[in-house]
Design a protein around this ligand. Structure first.
Ligand SMILES: [Zn+2]
Length: 123
């Protein structure tokens, strides 16, 4: 067994899909799951094959500029929404109505959803 991505999670650390990093449900019996889905298992395998072809180490990967730009854009939108939410909460001095809190939360969720719903890059 090698170090790095094959290491077992520390106590209290959730187990994550080795492909998309989603947290996997707790599992008490059987062989621990490594992937959240069959699709992730396949993408992981494909990635390993391509890395071998290109002689990349397990710590290197090739991402298209478009994919990386899109991820940065989505992270930027989320960061702005976090800033907005912090500013609104600070300005509200804990006296926000349930409706105002809901608006803040929906704003944040709207910014975070694209990251949750991301499709895995197809190569
Ligand atoms: Zn996954």
């Amino acid at each position: 067994m090698t170090k790095g991505s094959d290491r077992l999670p520390a106590a209290g650390e959730p187990t994550r899909c080795r492909q998309c990093r989603r947290v996997l449900p707790n599992q008490r019996t059987g062989r621990p799951r490594e992937f959240c889905s069959q699709a992730c298992r396949q993408w992981h395998w494909v990635g390993k094959q391509r890395a071998a072809e290109l002689q990349l180490s397990e710590h290197e990967l090739i991402v298209t500029k478009e994919t990386l730009d899109q991820l940065h854009d989505e992270l930027y939108v989320l960061a702005c929404a976090v800033n907005d939410a912090e500013r609104d909460l600070l300005a509200g001095h804990g006296k926000e109505s349930a409706r105002e809190l809901r608006e803040i939360l929906e704003w944040l969720l709207e910014a975070a959803r694209p990251l949750r719903d991301r499709e895995l890059p197809s190569g």
